[in-house]
Design a protein around this ligand. Structure first.
Ligand code: IVH
Length: 667
């Protein structure tokens, strides 16, 4: 037994080292050695072993990136070395001014600069003690920030352990969201009727300032270090040495930095990246220029807000003029008609822009955008094209104002704009455009994750009448699929396999996939965790729902409304009949003796502390809730029970004493 435990410990240590090594290859060296599948397999093995031996979980285990409990707000962290911000230079002349100022202050000494990309994200500080990540914090006001350790631990680019032990090192850098991830996140939010993030910086900030680390973990954030704060046992004489040393410690540093001996070379570097910035997979909003020598930095010092040894060169926002050829309407899965401007193609910030969202009727009216107008477009957060203004002087009189139609452009049914809302909606729940969008959402990555079920295939399935609701997907046959355009036998086979695989998804994915209005990923997780099964969720009352944390009246009403509809119930029955999993417990957990059971503890137990009892329940697959409801399976009663005992009596929930509990858990 002892020896077995030793073996497990060893394997855990191996797995942790291996996973961290592959993170390092991927995020620091940008040169992965193994496939994503192999990486996932290592991670799964680690999670499984740790769930069998919870006492062997260490705080620096890569598994801790996903864990952590939701907390009440954030604690504050004091930055002993303040996190300053930078003064800005607009244009090349201001960079030359900066260089002159620096050289004058240094009495005419020779100065070298390091130029770096200015990543558009959120400044964070990572504190490592004896090589272990202990605290992660936001910049806040520069003096005090928020403790977001649990969230930063979910960012895989952030090492939990340094490659060499340093007594103390506070790493400073930028947490950011890559462009791809940002676009995908906004697409998903639009589909779920949630507000969009204006740019990747807001998305990164919103994702890190989440009370639930699981949400942060799902957001695919990344990190680049650009300096240090407090340190002990970390020696460097120049900024270039600092960056090199950080990288050697396993911390990702953006590889495009350069040591430049003259301001004119710095200017050439800025010009280069102003041109090329759109080729990067993350957004940058300028270049940061820093004096290389740390000794010179110390002599230059700082003002209250920013150091005198660094400056941020800001890129001008790129704009373009073009013409609105047409305004079309897109029908979303909730029936919302979104107007989109079709533009005369124009080059802007690295891409050819052909359309821009106009959001809703009010946006068009406020900006007075007419068909035929010449408009100025700009990319919001450098990614999403937006109409910023109309060039009224170029009007010829032939421009036509946009009128929101009274009927859905896809199915002809009545379209209405409820009072107090900005959106106009198609009222036909069987509208083919809504069906298509709904299916695309159902199959999307964060929902049922059915690979190969994209826009084109969905369009064909709907047009051919093969799929009339999401449940129909599970009844598709090979002979029906191979008949479709551009879908060979191999693709058809793969699609069927992906559909089959999606049947075993956990419940929260299914809830999110159903596209219930206002129910995003976070709410889906809360509902799945609380009710445990679709059947229980479908019977939940409005009162039960609003009583849950973070579930407000809008979500509660939407959920009960959804399950009250005959049509939706029919679809759910079909999903169940097809064998789609409707429980939150995973396959492996189903075998556990208390799988799916909800416990409430009240009073003092003799043999266990409250915490021990909770741990046992969770280890055996059950869940512990803090309040009694009709969904509670057992109320465990110890000495001097509280009001939960009476509530259990009045609801008729099974009540067990400690000896019965011990029997139940087989101890
Ligand atoms: S240096 C005292 N380097 O820009 C020096 N900042 O406007 C502190 N940023 O708060 C910052 N990339 O969030 C530095 N390579 C880089 C950066 C960078 C992005 C952000 C950072 C800072 C803001 C200042």
């Amino acid at each position: 037994m002892e020896r077995d435990l030793e073996k497990v410990k060893q394997r855990l240590e191996e797995l942790r080292r291996e996973i961290e090594y592959h993170n390092y290859r991927y995020y620091v060296l940008d040169d992965p050695e193994i496939s994503d599948e192999r990486y996932d397999a290592l991670m799964r093995e680690l999670l499984k072993l740790e769930s069998q031996y919870p006492s062997l979980v260490t705080p620096d285990s890569p598994s801790q990136r996903v864990g952590g409990r939701p907390r009440e707000g954030f604690a504050t962290v004091r930055h002993r070395v303040p996190m300053l911000s930078l003064s800005n230079a607009f244009g090349e002349e201001e960079l030359r001014d900066f260089d002159r100022r620096v050289r004058t202050l240094l009495g005419g000494e020779k100065v070298e600069y390091v130029a770096e990309l200015k990543i558009d994200g959120l400044a964070v500080s990572l504190r490592y003690e004896n090589g272990l990540l202990v605290t992660g914090a936001t910049r806040g006001d520069g003096e005090t920030g928020e403790d977001i350790t649990a969230n930063l631990k979910t960012v895989r680019a952030v090492p939990l352990r340094l490659r060499r032990e340093v007594p103390l090192l506070e790493v400073r850098g930028e947490a950011y969201m890559p462009k791809e991830a940002f676009l995908r996140l906004n697409e998903a939010r639009e589909e779920a009727g949630e507000p969009l993030f204006a740019n990747p910086r807001n998305a990164a900030a919103g994702s890190l300032r989440q009370l639930d680390p699981a949400v942060t973990a799902s957001r695919q954030l990344s990190f680049f270090a650009y300096g240090i704060g407090e340190s002990e046992g970390f020696a460097a004489r120049t900024h270039a040495e600092t960056l090199t040393a950080l990288r050697e410690l396993g911390i990702p540093v953006n590889r495009h930095w350069q040591l430049l001996p003259h301001i004119e070379e710095v200017i050439a570097y800025c010009r280069h990246w102003q041109e090329k910035r759109h080729e990067l997979p993350y957004a940058i909003d300028g270049i940061v220029v820093k004096v290389n020598s740390l000794e010179q930095q110390a002599r230059l010092g700082a003002t209250m807000k920013s150091p005198r040894w660094a400056i941020a060169y800001k890129f001008p926002a790129e704009q373009a003029r073009t013409r609105v050829k047409e305004i079309i309407l897109r029908v979303g899965r909730t029936g919302v008609l979104t107007p989109t401007a079709i533009l005369e193609p124009v080059r802007l910030a690295g891409t050819t822009v052909t359309k821009a969202t106009l959001h809703n009727e009010d946006f068009i009216r406020e900006k007075d955008i007419r068909i035929g107008d010449t408009v100025i477009v700009q990319k919001a957060g450098d990614i999403i094209p937006e109409v910023v203004a109309v060039d009224v002087k170029s009007r010829t009189g032939r421009e036509t104002p946009f009128v929101m139609p009274r009927h859905c452009p896809a199915c002809g049914a009545e379209a209405v704009r409820p009072p107090g809302e900005a959106a106009t909606r198609c009222t036909n729940i069987a509208c083919p455009a809504r069906l298509r969008e709904g299916l695309i959402h159902f199959a999307s990555r964060n929902a049922m994750d059915i690979a190969g079920l994209g826009q084109a295939v969905v369009g064909q399935l709907v047009a051919a009448g093969l799929v009339k609701d999401p449940a129909d997907l599970y009844y598709l046959r090979f002979d029906q699929l191979v008949g479709l355009e551009r879908l060979g036998p191999k693709s058809a086979q793969n699609l069927l396999a992906a559909i089959e695989k999606s049947k075993s998804n956990p419940l929260h994915r299914l809830i999110f996939a159903l596209g219930i209005r206002h129910v995003g990923e976070r709410a889906a997780r809360i509902l799945a965790a609380h009710f445990g099964s679709l059947e229980r969720l479908s019977r939940a009352t409005y009162e039960e729902l609003v009583a849950l944390p973070e579930i407000g009246p809008k979500i509660a009403a939407s959920v009960t409304g959804f399950f009250a509809q005959e049509e939706n119930r029919r679809v759910l029955d079909k999903l169940v009949a097809a064998g789609v999993n409707t429980r939150e417990v995973q396959e492996e957990e189903k075998e556990k003796p208390l799988a799916g059971k909800v416990f409430v503890l009240t009073g003092t137990l003799e043999r266990f502390t409250r915490k021990e009892a909770e741990e046992i329940i969770v280890r055996l697959g059950g869940r512990v809730s803090s309040s009694v409801s009709r969904h509670t399976d057992y109320v465990v009663v110890g000495a001097n029970p509280g009001s939960k005992y009476e509530k259990a009596l009045s609801l008729g929930v099974p009540i067990i004493r400690e000896d019965e509990f011990i029997k139940l858990i087989g101890q």
